[in-house]
Design a protein around this ligand. Structure first.
Ligand code: MN
Length: 704
């Protein structure tokens, strides 16, 4: 059995003594937490976090990051909590460990290219602190280096994830050496046979070319020396995965790709780069169209070099990169190069400055041996401040604007989902629709067939898509429903004249629409439904003859309330009428039809003041929907009594829409329920069911 490896302080010699002591402490803590655990290879588990810390030490990361590296798996794999880490090692280290653990918990499933890009962004956005990503990358590198011990199926999955997600992140951060190592390791595990064949072919080809390569290098060195240019010239080995990719993408044979000889020239400053290019173009003929100046225009990850292609002796193609030493460091180690080569004076252009801004400030603060709080602020970086990345239930990743809520999510999935959503689940828990989404959330919109967009959503949606869909829906709905109600209101008013709307001739309609709003019949009906036109007035106009005023000869019949009027009809929230109650309706401008109970105290006053607005209404014999009604229950203050009342309500076939409680410390508590019932008989059943409970002291329907 392998012995437990120990912390080799010499690997961390660049740290201050205090940091090394804290590192030993983290090592002991982690070793104790992982005690008894083994890796798949049979080694003690601590060998893994230790190796991760050593990789990060090679990148010269700070003490906090190294402590976090030693502790990075304790939250996931042992019972240690974030608070315990915080108590022992401080908040910054605990945040780093927590950050890495969060990344471990989200899993990438999709094979789509665009999804991989979103997933990478999600990881970067979740990390916030770039050190979290660096720890995660070192973790992945060590896992890839030891992937042999893992069962084949899992091996392939991890390798694929590495090549699709982590290698591109390394590339994006400019960690070139890491990028290539991750790619080579992943390729070897995804296509073991192809890797072996190509690796062997590369070894053989290298042997065959040794002599020619030596000649070319000597010629290049000679030419540069002649021009008095001080330069380090080296041959460049091609990576096996890059050869493979080129063969596949450009349909080339192995020798066509491999026989291009790569050469790197590193000089002291930018001016010398151009002098060196001039000298080389004088030595061998350049290939037209292959000259690229990434010094003037760096790549997005900050990479700088001049690339050119030459035709060498015997027609051998030569690819040459010319760069300064600091560009070379950046190309190899990316963001970490600042840690690794921090004593050197680096001159960064604008783009590089932007890419590595956070790192520079970090270095400044580090060198001032400074305040850890300030240090933490600077190391934090929000790579995508305007976006948030979330999963759909199928594992697809959606990018939404920061601050987006579950409603935005629902509309982003599909307009129909948005229009019919009633609630949402975030990471498996039921949440209100206004809930703001966070990076990495797994979101599911819950829909029902009868749900409709709510005007209140407009207050908290962030996407234009959700906003315009909600507006559009509300407008069309309200217009259609108002026109339908308007027609019924008019029909009722016309009954007094003994006619139906169908019996009104075209000429009368045209005359009235011209006089009133001058547009269409449907608009006039919608205006009636919205309360902008009184049905009695419109009816009188329609019935007007040349001879003069028409008078109704009978009392108009009641308008039947079916409960399907939608937004054109409101049940007054003061008295909450339900079928079976005696009701009256008022038509108010902008509100449309509002139905109150006949005994509601708001009714009597207004009916005297504005009799024109009031119309007779009655319930349809069998309305098909449920209606809200409020009840007040006073109960003995005992544990579990709310649950008893709620289940009594459910047993009677009613739903609870909301509950509020009066803050009362005495023996009784009064609870206010808003329920859904079909009619008065149903309400009576609900009340009987509640009254059966011995804890219930008082029970009544709220009518005001
Ligand atoms: Mn790990």
């Amino acid at each position: 059995m392998a012995a437990v490896p120990t912390l080799d302080a010499s690997r961390f010699g660049y740290l201050k003594p205090g940091d090394v002591a804290r590192l030993s402490e983290a090592y002991r803590f982690s070793n104790a937490a992982h005690a008894g655990q083994r890796r798949q290879s049979g080694e003690p588990y601590i060998s893994h976090p230790l190796a991760v810390a050593e990789i990060l030490a090679d990148w010269r990361l700070d003490g906090q990051a190294l402590q976090a590296a030693l502790l990075h798996d304790v939250m996931e794999d042992t019972s240690v909590t974030k608070d315990e880490i915080s108590d022992t090692f401080g908040r910054p280290v605990a945040d780093l460990v927590d950050g890495v653990s969060k990344l471990d918990r989200i899993e990438f499933q999709s094979a789509e290219f665009a999804q991989a890009e979103n997933f990478r962004k999600m990881l970067l956005a979740m990390a916030r602190d770039v050190r979290v990503i660096l720890i995660k990358l070192a973790d992945r590198l060590h896992n890839m280096r030891t992937l042999e011990a893992v069962p084949p199926a899992k091996r392939r999955r991890v390798a694929r994830e590495t090549i699709e997600i982590y290698a591109p992140i390394a590339n994006r951060l400019g960690l070139n050496a890491l990028f290539h190592e991750l790619q080579e390791l992943a390729f070897a595990h995804i296509y073991p046979l192809r890797y072996r064949v190509l690796a062997k072919a590369t070894r053989n080809a290298r042997g065959n070319r040794r002599e020619l390569v030596g000649k070319i290098e000597a010629a290049v060195k000679g030419k540069l020396a002649e021009a008095r240019i001080e330069a380090a010239v080296s041959g460049r080995e091609k990576h096996i995965y890059s050869i493979y990719r080129k063969m596949i993408e450009k349909h080339l044979s192995f020798s066509e790709v491999h026989d291009i000889y790569g050469l790197r020239v590193v000089v002291k400053d930018v001016a010398t780069c151009y002098l060196a290019i001039g000298a080389l173009h004088g030595l061998y003929k350049p290939v037209p169209g292959k000259f690229k100046d990434y010094i003037a225009i760096p790549k997005a990850n900050g990479y700088q070099s001049i690339h050119t292609a030459l035709i060498g002796p015997f027609g051998v193609p030569l690819e040459v990169q010319v760069r300064t030493e600091s560009m070379h460091h950046l190309a190899e180690a990316g963001v970490a190069s600042h840690w690794m080569y921090k004593d050197e004076a680096t001159s960064l252009n604008e783009l590089q400055k932007k890419t590595h801004q956070w790192l520079q400030s970090l270095l400044e603060i580090q060198s001032h041996s400074g305040d850890s709080q300030e240090f933490l602020e600077h190391v934090k970086v929000d790579l995508f401040p305007d976006e948030v990345y979330v999963f759909t239930p199928k594992g697809r990743i959606l990018s939404l604007p920061r601050g987006a809520t579950a409603v935005d999510f629902a509309y982003a999935v599909h307009t129909d989902i948005g229009n019919r959503c009633v609630a949402a689940k975030v990471n498996g828990e039921l949440v209100p629709l206004r809930t703001e989404l966070r990076n990495g959330d797994r979101v599911e919109a819950i829909t029902t067939g009868y749900a409709k967009p709510n005007p209140a959503w407009l207050q908290y949606v962030r996407t234009a898509r959700a906003r315009s869909n909600i507006r559009h829906f509300l407008k069309t709905m309200q217009y259609e429903e108002s026109a339908a109600l308007g027609e019924r209101l008019l029909e009722q008013a016309l009954k007094g004249y003994g006619v139906t709307p169908a019996e009104i001739n075209q000429a009368s309609w045209e005359r009235v629409t011209r006089e009133t709003i001058g547009v269409t019949k449907v608009q006039l009906l919608a205006d009636i439904g919205l309360g902008k036109q009184l049905p009695a007035v419109v009816a009188r106009r329609l019935m007007m003859r040349a001879e003069g005023e028409a008078r109704p000869h009978a009392k108009p019949a009641s308008v039947v309330i079916r409960g399907t009027e939608g937004m054109a009809m409101q049940l007054a929230s003061c008295c909450r009428p339900i079928p079976g109650d005696a009701i009256v309706g008022s038509i108010k401008k902008g509100l449309g039809l509002v139905v109150h109970t006949a005994e509601c105290r708001h009714v009597a006053r207004s009916r005297r003041a504005e009799p024109e607005q009031w119309i007779d209404v009655e319930w349809d014999r069998q309305p098909t929907r449920m209606f809200q009604c409020a009840i007040k229950v006073t109960v003995a203050n005992q544990r579990g009594v709310l649950a008893k009342v709620a289940s009594a309500i459910a047993e009677a076939g009613s739903n609870i829409d909301s509950i509020s409680m009066e803050e009362d410390r005495s023996v009784y508590t009064t609870m206010l329920f808003v329920l859904e019932v079909g009619n008065r008989a149903h309400l009576a059943r609900v009340l009987r069911s509640i009254r059966r409970l011995s804890e219930v002291h008082k029970l009544l329907r709220v009518r005001d």
